[in-house]
Ligand binder design. Structure first.
Ligand code: TXA
Ligand code: MG
Length: 364
């Protein structure tokens, strides 16, 4: 059945929240902005709502959903026992882009939402519109990113409509999302914070909040702190670290073939990118380059898309997914992207760029 998707523009915010909350309470699925990316929400207790989310996205059903709450105090109804370190992280980062994987209280949410696991991923989004919607719906809201599976996550309401129009009940437009990449997913085991997916909260911020007594193991590092991941970002099967089912799926891929180019020296990076773009152009491909603002003017290609300043990785984080969608809109067949320094949010940015490139990275 093709649905008529209701679009609530920013000037209809009040009515939008009211109508969207009613749709959610009735088992519908509605997209809404969060501070990271747009989510596709449904009542986390409802089997039917969860099934509609998976169907609309075309998402494999063994990949569990994050449950969103309006208020941190609602977490105890869903999950427990919640340890001291976990509470410390909640106090430090909620509302905000941190998702905690916690032991689920049996029956608190649909088993479709947890994909049958004995844990549930929970967060309180740092976007007022999201929290008002969840509070008005009066139930925990399961919400993956509101894109078709395999497409970049939406950072604008328009992206949601591009992917899901006719498949969902509605979308609340809150303008562009702030962070632009998904939340950081963590799980605490024996006093160690394991980052299952890097995101809006950086490893540095987690270390500071967790305090001296706790260890933070970044995504791609084993319990000893050694890197166990290869450059594709795929985890080592031998790793003992807890894993996030979603990270095994290909994500965020533009239709064109994307390659990341890395170099320590900026001049070398520029010539490496331009040489690769020229070679692809000679073989007849329509070529695009994703570059930092400082280098964009240097390049010649069919399209040069600027991600943001090299000194401000949060700008590139905010711009990446829209740029990947533009690559498709412009029909780019070969895309060369500059790598970014992996400090702060740069780590999450590079994680997503590597996924978009299917792990292709060339050091020049
Ligand atoms: O920023 C975000 O987190 C966005 C917005 C909408 O909140 N949501 C989002 O959801 O990115 P999704 O479904 O696209 O990603 C959820 C991630 C997946 O990698 C999934 O495997 C992991 O969280 N996850 C969910 N439940 C889990 C669990 N019980 N244990 C381990 N990982 C879990
Ligand atoms: Mg997603």
């Amino acid at each position: 059945m093709k649905l008529h998707t209701i679009y609530w523009p920013p000037e209809r915010e009040e009515a939008g929240i009211r109508e969207a909350a009613a749709a959610l309470a009735a088992g519908g699925v509605v997209a809404f902005p969060t501070e990271t990316v747009y989510g596709l929400g449904g009542d986390a207790r409802s089997v039917e709502a969860a099934e509609r989310i998976f169907a609309a996205k075309g998402r494999p059903s063994d990949n569990p959903l994050i449950v969103h709450l309006a208020d941190a105090k609602d977490a105890d109804a869903l999950a427990g026992p919640i340890g001291e370190l976990e509470r410390k992280l909640m106090a430090a980062f909620w509302p905000g882009p941190l998702t905690l994987v916690l032991p689920v209280r049996p029956g608190a949410v649909s088993a479709r939402v947890t994909a049958g696991l004995d844990t549930v991923a929970v967060r309180v989004p740092g976007h007022e519109l999201a929290r008002r919607l969840i509070a008005a719906a009066g139930c925990p809201i399961a919400a993956p990113s509101a894109n078709r599976s395999g497409r970049p996550s939406p950072t604008l309401a328009r992206h949601v409509l591009e992917d899901l129009d006719g498949r969902i009940d509605g979308v609340l437009d809150g303008g562009p999302t702030g962070v632009g990449l998904e939340s950081t997913v963590v799980r605490v085991v024996d006093g160690t914070v394991h980052v299952l997916r890097p995101g809006g909260v950086t490893a540095e911020q987690l270390r500071e909040a967790a305090g001296a007594g706790a260890k933070v193991v970044a995504a791609g590092e084993g319990p000893s702190g050694d890197r166990v991941n290869n450059e594709t970002g795929a985890g080592s099967e031998a790793s003992e670290a807890p894993r996030s089912p979603g990270v095994k799926y290909t994500h965020y891929a533009p239709r064109g073939r994307m390659t990341l180019i890395a170099a320590d020296d900026p001049a070398r990076l520029r010539s490496g990118v331009q040489d690769a773009a020229d070679a692809a152009g000679r073989s007849g491909a329509k070529v695009g380059i994703l570059a930092c603002a400082e280098h964009a003017g240097f390049y010649r290609a069919d399209a040069v898309l600027t991600l943001g300043s090299r000194e401000r990785p949060e700008q590139a984080a905010q711009a990446l997914y829209a740029a990947l969608r533009q690559c498709d809109e412009r029909g780019l067949e070969a895309i060369f992207a500059e790598s970014f320094p992996e400090k702060g949010i740069g780590a999450a940015l590079m994680n997503r760029m590597l996924k978009a490139s299917g792990g292709r990275i060339v050091r020049v």
